[in-house]
Design a protein around this ligand. Structure first.
Ligand code: AMP
Length: 397
């Protein structure tokens, strides 16, 4: 593998796989959140400052068959240009003679954006000839798209083989890998993981792996009620996976065996319907009456979590504590977010990764007060599960 930091880009065209899969307004097709574009800017600027030129490739949305205007990357040319401070050229096709003409005549300091890779089915199929056509656009390949690193697509994985000596991670992807490895492989203690979200079934692989690594494991969100029921508590109409009761019991046993402090919430905010305006009460989590469901963690749970989080040196947070999308059931999630911020201020390293905890930290405007917020939802989950991500493997091979 080549090191991006030391690579001499002078006179070279860097073909950079970015994740510009940004949300667009359905009517105006304007970008509603440009976080992903901003995240790739340092990598692009490093190449330009070093005397290279840049060819950007990305997907946008899930087009079915060929070109569709609402998935065209032409809608993000201007914003990319504004954020970079240089004009960005656009190729209306990601392969073929017109695109090759544009990429082959790029001068140092210039940037070209290729049209949506997924207008070709060969992208997601990982077709080698398509990857070879893409490879013609660059002298060096940089993968900076962590969000798609778990996919063996042409532009994320297969293309790397055409750059045996000139392939590398960009700064964003490198930062993602470093931060998750810091949490999973550091010897600093205590390490606290907070795993919330809807279902035990979707988080069980992560939980099992974390039980070999962490000192404290806090379970939150809808998942918690399956643990409560598994221990004989009354969960009323809360979200429960009856087919996961044995799994929950096995997790409790493994935690004991591994000397992990497994924390299951002790109180909960219940509602008489799944609605922000429902009636609410705070009760012991083992005593939820029939007709009521737990939608958030209670105040004692917030206190207990805060205490654990503030004593931690490393913190990993994946998945909300409750239905944070509804303002009346966001307190448990917000309390955890604020405790993580306070621990970070005191010197802990905190990683927020995977899906809805990222949405939550953004909702509370606290993203810049934690150590690292991952850009890759599914990719981060698979990395935490211990899976080898094809996009990472292709660079290391
Ligand atoms: P996940 O994608 O598995 O991390 O789950 C996130 C979703 O779980 C969010 O949309 C939350 O609203 C939801 N969630 C969290 N707590 C609960 C709960 N107590 N009951 C139902 N859904 C919940």
């Amino acid at each position: 593998m080549t090191d991006f930091h030391n690579y001499d880009f002078k006179g070279k065209r860097a073909l950079i796989r970015v994740d510009f899969n940004v949300p667009l307004d359905k009517e105006t097709l304007e970008i509603t959140d440009d976080t992903r574009i901003r995240a790739a800017i340092p990598t692009i600027q490093r190449v330009l400052k070093n005397g290279g030129s840049v060819v950007l490739m990305s997907h946008l949305g899930r087009p079915k068959e060929g070109f569709e205007d609402k998935f065209s990357l032409s809608h993000i040319v201007k914003r990319t240009s504004d954020l970079l401070g240089v004009p960005v050229k656009f190729a209306t096709d990601c392969i073929g003679s017109e695109a090759e003409e544009l990429s082959s005549t790029l001068k140092a300091g210039e940037v070209l954006l290729l049209e949506n890779l997924r207008f070709y089915k060969q992208e997601t199929a990982g077709t080698e000839s398509f990857a070879e056509s893409l490879a013609k656009h660059g002298d060096v390949y940089v993968n900076d798209a962590f969000g798609t690193a778990h996919r063996a697509h042409a532009s994320t994985t297969v293309v790397a083989k055409f750059f045996p000596n000139d392939k590398m991670f960009g700064l964003l992807l490198e930062g993602e890998i470093k931060s998750v490895n810091k949490v999973l492989n550091s010897t600093e203690k205590p390490l606290t993981a907070i795993v919330g979200g809807a279902k035990v079934s979707s988080k069980i692989t992560i939980i099992e792996r974390l039980l070999d690594k962490v000192d404290n494991l806090i379970v939150g969100g809808g998942m918690a009620y399956t643990f409560v029921k598994a221990q004989g508590g009354k969960v009323g109409n809360s979200l429960v996976e009856d087919d996961c009761l044995d799994i929950a019991r096995a997790v409790i046993a493994k935690a004991k065996a591994n000397n992990v402090n497994l924390y299951i919430p002790v109180d909960t905010v219940i509602a008489d319907k799944f609605d922000n305006d429902a009636q609410r009460k705070e009760v012991n989590i083992n005593e939820i009456p029939d007709g009521w469901m737990g939608l958030d963690t209670g105040s004692q749970t917030s206190k207990d979590c805060k205490e654990m989080i503030l004593k931690s040196k490393l913190i990993l947070w994946n998945g909300p504590m409750g239905v944070f999308e509804m303002d009346n059931f966001q307190a448990g999630t917000k309390d955890v977010a604020m405790a993580i911020v306070e621990a970070t201020e005191k010197g802990a390293f905190s990683l927020i990764g995977g899906g809805d905890s990222v949405a939550a930290i953004n909702k509370f405007h606290l993203a810049d007060k934690v150590s690292y917020v991952s850009t890759g939802g599914g990719a981060m989950l698979e990395y935490l599960e211990g899976k080898e991500l094809p996009g990472i493997k292709a660079i290391l091979a």
